[in-house]
Design a protein around this ligand. Structure first.
Ligand SMILES: [Zn+2]
Ligand SMILES: [Zn+2]
Length: 327
């Protein structure tokens, strides 16, 4: 093989996936609306946390927004306790009309950081009309049978729509969301992650999982899921054993980031570059971009998701010069 060909091949392997500049500006995109674990950062009761008085360092609960400026439509993946601010951030990123405020919500599971934001759609707050909420069967049953969620259904604030594992829901032409079953404490509901497919680019969102090895046991390798997308927002709840003083965290049901760094170390650089840890516990040192933990993640070729980062999901239809988004 010639040196030129070898350089070309190396460039193909090492180059990151297409970046924002190469993609459509009015096509579908995703925005990271929060990166913290269910309890937020800082967490309730942690009165000594310096982040209470430093808003720039506080983080919202893990959540992705999807939007399509062309049609002015917007959706959320999970409805968190930080829903109020996240809805505003999504509106500002997406443009479009103020109403409807939201075109739908996809729920991963029934732990507090992932669905309780639905309450703001109800009578006491927005009094929203028929916002579609896509949920798995047990999650749907949970919302139907328990207050205050059943009231959202009875008053018509939300409309429950069924999800089935591995079955895509098409939101607009070329934008779809597909649930993927993941092993995680199934206390009130199933637990899913999502694959979000745009025209030409795709993203994975798995904020909560017990371990990559239990996913292996289900016959699905996380490496294969990562290979099938351009971006992978995955469970980075804890950085390493020892980060909660005085507790042995060996049995904690999350893959430590340090374990993930090791597991993914043998992947090609372009694969590692897709990985963005999300759902960080308030104790996770990687919440601070200047920490040794953050430097370790970057040195391993991976990243922590950033609040406000926007990633295009359309790659193939560059915006016509002078074209303006509708709505
Ligand atoms: Zn969670
Ligand atoms: Zn959970």
């Amino acid at each position: 093989m010639s040196l030129g060909r070898l350089t070309q091949l190396l460039a193909l392997i090492l180059l990151p996936p297409p970046v924002a500049a190469a993609a459509s500006l009015d096509g579908a995109s995703l925005i990271v609306l929060g990166i913290a674990q269910d309890g937020g950062a800082p967490q309730a009761g942690r009165f000594g946390d310096a982040r209470w008085d430093d808003a720039a360092k506080a983080r919202h609960v893990a959540c992705l927004g999807l939007f399509e400026p062309r049609s002015g439509r917007r959706w959320m993946i999970d409805a968190t306790p930080d829903f109020r601010r996240q809805l505003l951030d999504l509106r500002r990123a997406s443009g479009g009309a103020d109403r409807p405020a939201l075109d739908g919500v996809f729920l991963t599971h029934a732990h507090i950081g992932h669905y309780t934001g639905l309450m703001f759609l109800g009578h006491e707050s927005m009094g929203a009309k028929a916002v579609p909420v896509w949920a798995m069967p047990k999650m749907t049953e949970f919302l139907h049978r328990n207050g205050p969620w059943d009231q959202l259904v009875r008053y018509g604030n939300i409309e429950l729509r069924p999800l089935a594992a591995d079955v895509a829901v098409e939101l607009t032409e070329g934008l779809s969301v597909t649930p993927i079953s993941v092993p995680h404490r199934q206390e009130y509901s199933e637990v899913v992650g999502f694959r979000i497919q745009g025209r030409g680019r795709a993203a994975l969102f798995i904020p909560d999982i017990d371990s990559w090895e239990q996913l292996d046991a289900q016959g699905v390798r996380i490496e294969d899921l990562i290979a099938s997308v351009n971006l992978a927002y995955i469970d980075g709840t804890f950085f390493a054993n020892g980060e909660i003083p005085g507790r042995d965290m060996t049995g904690f049901p999350h893959p430590f980031i340090r374990h993930s760094l090791l597991r993914f170390a043998s992947l090609p650089a372009a694969e590692r570059a897709k990985i963005r840890f999300i759902h960080l516990n308030h104790t996770n040192p990687a919440l601070d971009p200047t920490s040794a933990a953050s430097r370790e993640i970057v040195a391993a070729g991976m990243k922590v998701a950033r609040e406000g980062e926007i990633e295009p999901l359309d790659a193939g239809s560059p915006r016509t010069p002078g074209a303006r988004p509708k709505g």
